[in-house]
Design a binder for this molecule. Structure first.
Ligand SMILES: Cc1cc2nc3c(=O)[nH]c(=O)nc-3n(C[C@H](O)[C@H](O)[C@H](O)COP(=O)(O)OP(=O)(O)OC[C@H]3O[C@@H](n4cnc5c(N)ncnc54)[C@H](O)[C@@H]3O)c2cc1C
Ligand SMILES: NC(=O)c1ccc[n+]([C@@H]2O[C@H](COP(=O)([O-])OP(=O)(O)OC[C@H]3O[C@@H](n4cnc5c(N)ncnc54)[C@H](O)[C@@H]3O)[C@@H](O)[C@H]2O)c1
Length: 468
């Protein structure tokens, strides 16, 4: 039997960070991955493919230049599914190569196969050819991630009714598309396809969307989507989804309306990939969505030497936070000191346009009874915005009136997912509105919006020096 200090199941962001962290501290580490190549959902079907697809769509459609040249401007007139896939394969190959090299130079072993528990320190690994091996780990880190939620009532066929994994293999770009689920995945893909001129309708049983984002930002975002003719049918349920002889799909909604479309993307959440792990063998149980419960500081499950990190432990289910969780879990597992992650992490939604946020929303400020002031800047007020032809884009800062500290940064528009880190740094370093007022920003940049929003709030908050 193979013997290791740490055995990691899954090679996504949580697994790979955990494995490399333990190896850096001189431990013998094995990663077991059932997929053909290492990288997890993040590299093969989630983060990287969707963001590559977005970038390709924006480049080929000339989206970023339309502010100058009009809505009919295109870099490539006929964009095919093959155009989108070509760039995807190149990016994924690079990602996998980098990861394999990281494993090799850090002496992390990796084995291809499906892992399941024999007991709390022993895993059985079934390889593709059916061969079964057993491996032993003093500690085990479960970083198995999630898979798309695929209810029986949805007639998936991988061509016209698909989940977000299957969307990456489509042969033709649809002219019309219905997206079921206005969560992050649904909204990202809906807006990417809309940028490619697919007529998109989004439906969701909830009457609101992206509830964890500041309401003013969601309102601005929603206005932009409707302005380009996307249909948002919120508070609406698809009661029946059926394939028609014509090759199209018909949806019957709960209000009696029918929609006929070329393609349906079902993006209504994901399930923890725990079903194959034989958890009963170690007395562990997953919840109804396949997720595992852990101590949020140590990522330890109720079995002391078994840890879980990443999407399998639930919110926030991001590649970025999964990496941190994996690193912390591995440190605890091998007895190294581990600090809790920073309280405020950024959330980036790579829709078209991007949304990014860090800290408290205005709604949360009200709920907590914190007296506050907001500062707003629109990208069209910045010189960089003029140069880029932007007529949309909004940055909102929220400050405590008592401490003058920045407590929330919320952005919708070009570059939001990069820009947010300035606000995140100020927030986590406990900076105040004076940071934005007193510091000089590069000019012309979109980051100048921080200065404008800071001054906007400061003008209403009064000068601290005169109050002292
Ligand atoms: C469409 C989409 C877009 C996304 N976009 C973003 C984004 O822009 N930014 C962001 O931060 N996050 C994004 N995410 C979320 C991000 O992909 C996840 O948070 C991240 O992949 C979770 O990492 P993980 O380590 O938990 O596991 P995963 O990346 O889910 O990997 C788990 C791995 O474990 C393997 N595995 C499972 N069971 C076994 C077993 N029994 N034996 C062996 N191997 C096993 C699986 O094959 C898989 O490779 C997106 C997700 C999706 C689906
Ligand atoms: N940019 C990013 O960081 C990013 C991108 C994509 C995904 N992710 C992560 O992936 C996870 C999964 O995303 P998601 O969008 O699939 O899930 P989600 O849970 O965020 O959203 C699911 C949506 O589907 C709706 N829904 C639920 N059940 C339904 C049903 N039976 N029929 C119709 N609609 C239904 C819900 O009302 C909700 O709006 C998220 O937690 C997210 O953190 C992150």
């Amino acid at each position: 039997m193979f013997q290791y200090d740490l055995v990691v199941v899954g090679s996504g962001p949580a697994g790979r960070r955990g494995a490399i962290q333990a190896a850096k501290l001189g431990k013998k580490v094995l990663v077991i991955e059932q997929g053909k190549r290492v990288g997890g959902v993040s590299v093969h079907t989630g983060t990287i493919p969707s963001k590559t697809l977005r970038e390709t769509a924006l480049n080929l459609s000339g989206w970023r230049e339309r502010g100058f040249y009009g809505r009919s401007y295109r870099v490539k007139q006929e964009i095919s599914a093959e155009d989108l896939r070509r760039r995807l394969l190149i990016t994924l190959n690079h990602e996998v190569e980098v990861l394999e090299h990281q494993f090799a130079r850090n002496r992390v072993h990796h084995m291809r196969g499906k892992a399941s528990f024999v007991d709390s320190t022993t895993l059985q690994v079934i390889k593709d050819d059916g061969e079964a091996l057993t491996v032993n780990g003093a500690s085990i880190l479960l970083a198995v991630g999630t898979k798309p939620f695929r209810p029986d009532y949805m007639p998936f066929d991988g061509k016209t009714v698909l989940d977000s994994d299957e969307l990456l293999d489509i042969e033709e770009l649809p002219r019309t598309m219905v997206v079921i689920g206005a969560g992050v995945i649904g909204i990202e893909y809906a807006t990417i396809f809309s940028a490619l001129d697919t007529a998109v309708t989004v439906i969701d049983p909830k009457s609101t969307m992206l509830d964890f984002i500041d309401k003013e930002i969601v309102e601005d975002f929603t206005y932009q989507l409707r302005d380009r003719n996307m249909k948002l049918l919120l508070g609406t349920k698809a009661e029946k989804v059926e394939r028609l002889d014509s090759g199209k799909v018909q949806l019957t909604l709960d209000n009696g309306r029918h929609l006929v479309t070329d393609m349906v993307l079902f993006a209504a959440g994901r399930m923890g990939a725990t079903d194959a792990l034989n958890l009963p063998a170690i007395g562990l149980e997953a919840d109804s969505r396949g997720r595992l419960k852990v101590n949020p500081e140590t990522f330890q499950t109720s079995v002391p030497n078994v840890y879980a990190a990443g999407d399998v432990v639930g919110f926030p289910s991001l590649a970025s936070t999964s990496m941190e969780q994996g690193r912390i879990a591995a440190r605890v597992a091998i007895g190294a000191v581990a600090k809790e992650p920073q309280k405020y992490f950024p959330y980036g939604i790579y829709a078209v346009p991007e949304i990014s946020t860090c800290g408290l929303t205005e709604e949360e400020m009200k709920e907590r009874g914190i007296a506050y002031e907001c500062g707003i800047a629109r990208f069209r007020e910045t010189s960089r915005g003029h140069i880029m032809g932007l007529d949309t884009g909004l940055l909102k800062l929220i400050f405590s009136l008592k401490t003058r500290r920045l407590l929330g940064v919320h952005i919708v528009g070009e570059g939001a997912t990069e820009l947010v880190h300035i606000g995140q740094a100020v927030l986590n370093l406990k900076g105040t509105v004076e940071y934005f007022v007193e510091n000089t920003f590069n000019y012309p940049t979109l980051a100048e919006a921080y200065k404008i929003a800071g001054l906007d709030a400061w003008n209403r908050m009064g000068d601290i020096k005169s109050e002292l």
